[in-house]
Design a protein around this ligand. Structure first.
Ligand SMILES: Cc1cc2nc3c(=O)[nH]c(=O)nc-3n(C[C@H](O)[C@H](O)[C@H](O)COP(=O)(O)OP(=O)(O)OC[C@H]3O[C@@H](n4cnc5c(N)ncnc54)[C@H](O)[C@@H]3O)c2cc1C
Length: 394
């Protein structure tokens, strides 16, 4: 029998609602505390869920609701020097599921509420105190909440990470700024395909949505670090000038940048990757999701890994007799997997910001690589991962 009866989940992004739903399923009374004043269903832009992430959502009964709002993308291509090259994929795996981030938030929130999870907004965690009987979260509005455990699902700038270890590393800057948009643009695109494009000066990606619209994202190299707030302090019109200049000679990068309006442009700011975090837990506090393992957008796995970790933590708390054993087992189940994905993404990040010589070499080497890449080696371990909820964790 688990001795954990109650849990405070800090953060109502992706990992938070999934963890709270899974904890409820494990018989633990979980509540979510989110810093935003209300549900963030209007924060848009596209996000691709990998087969392993969608399968993990099936464990908490959210898989079908997510498939309903998603556009399945069965094929991937690389575009190098303007040439489209099919990227190897695993034919027996379900397609990537492209979702609008705001829609995903809505579905996960609704699933948590349906499972009986209370969600409180305007609750920014600032501190936590331990007693023999529990952990008390202190919020910026002066209120408190107490439970047996506190789960830090508070994203890449995690406060819980610093409460666990004041010397914990923060996220590294990948050297790129993120932008995205969903637009109408009259260009030919391959059907049901996501294209990862190495343009003349920068990397971008695009995907047709099947309804005449196209989603696209830009990873703009930048020597200067700009937080989300700093990046949004620059007018979108100015960012569009820069994007049109950077991608102007690319096809379809140029047309995509030119067709995007300031109102459509989503500015994400610096793109990050988390280095290895030495301490995943302490006393009654534990981390999940980007707070402890953000593999950067290049992995296409950040949200999927966050969902997996949330569910594995709930299994460990359900099955193991004490917190120390449950947290240590959770870390053992997760650390090597998430750090392996981050290492792969770090290599891709490197390839997105090459110097002029490396860029020329890439144009020669990548077509050969695309033909000879072993999809099993590339994505097998990542995409075939499945969680057996019924299996007892030992
Ligand atoms: C441009 C871009 C593209 C991406 N594309 C993909 C993709 O295609 N596929 C993919 O799988 N992943 C992708 N990712 C990564 C993915 O978005 C993250 O891995 C995922 O959002 C992590 O979920 P999370 O719940 O851990 O963190 P978040 O989604 O960041 O949620 C954290 C929540 O905690 C709240 N919070 C923060 N501090 C506090 C506090 N002190 N108290 C209370 N609440 C707090 C925040 O307001 C937020 O709601 C992308 C990321 C970026 C930046």
């Amino acid at each position: 029998m688990s001795r954990t009866e109650t849990a405070l989940v800090i953060g109502g992004g992706i990992a938070g609602p999934v963890a709270a739903t899974a904890l409820r399923k494990a018989g633990i009374d979980a509540r979510v505390y989110e810093a935003y004043p209300g549900p963030a269903f209007t924060i848009g832009s596209g996000l691709a869920l990998a087969p392993n992430g969608v399968a993990a959502l099936d464990v908490i009964g959210a898989g079908d609701a997510v498939r309903d709002i998603a556009v399945p993308v069965p094929r991937m291509c690389l575009s190098v020097g303007g040439k489209l090259l099919p990227a190897p994929s695993l034919p027996d795996q379900p397609p990537l599921q492209l979702v609008d981030r705001g829609e995903l938030h809505r579905v996960l929130h609704e699933r948590a509420v349906a499972a009986g999870v209370p969600v409180e907004y305007g609750k920014r965690l600032v501190a936590a105190d331990h007693t023999a009987a529990g952990v008390t979260a202190r919020f910026a509005d002066g209120s408190t909440a107490t439970a047996d455990v506190l789960v830090g699902a508070d994203g890449i700038r995690s406060t819980v990470r610093r409460l666990i270890d004041p010397a914990a590393p923060g996220p590294d800057f990948t050297g790129m700024l993120g932008f995205g948009a969903t637009i109408e643009c009259d260009i030919a695109t391959p059907d049901e395909t996501i294209v990862f494009a190495y343009g003349k000066r920068a990397y971008y990606l695009y995907w047709p949505l099947g309804d005449g619209r196209i989603g696209w994202g830009a990873n703009l190299p930048s020597a200067e670090y700009l937080s989300l707030t700093e990046a949004r302090a620059t007018a979108p019109e100015r960012w569009l000038e820069i994007l049109r200049d950077t991608y102007g000679e690319d096809h379809p990068g140029g047309p995509l940048a030119r067709a995007t309006t300031p109102e459509q442009l989503e500015v994400t700011g610096a793109l990050h990757i988390m280095p290895s975090v030495p301490h995943w837990y302490r006393d009654r506090m534990v981390l999940i999701g980007d707070a402890v393992h953000a593999p950067s957008n290049s992995s296409g796995q950040g949200a999927s890994l966050a969902i997996e970790s949330a569910i594995q933590l709930a299994r460990c708390l359900r099955d193991l007799p004490d917190l120390e054993t449950a947290f240590a087992t959770y870390e053992r189940l997760r650390r090597s997997r998430v750090e392996g994905v981050a290492a792969r993404a770090a290599k891709i990040n490197h390839s997105k910001t090459p110097g002029p010589v490396a860029r020329t070499l890439m144009q020669l080497i990548m077509p050969i690589m695309a033909r000879t890449m072993n999809p099993e080696k590339l994505a097998g371990t990542e995409q075939r991962y499945r969680i057996d909820w019924a299996e007892k964790v030992l």
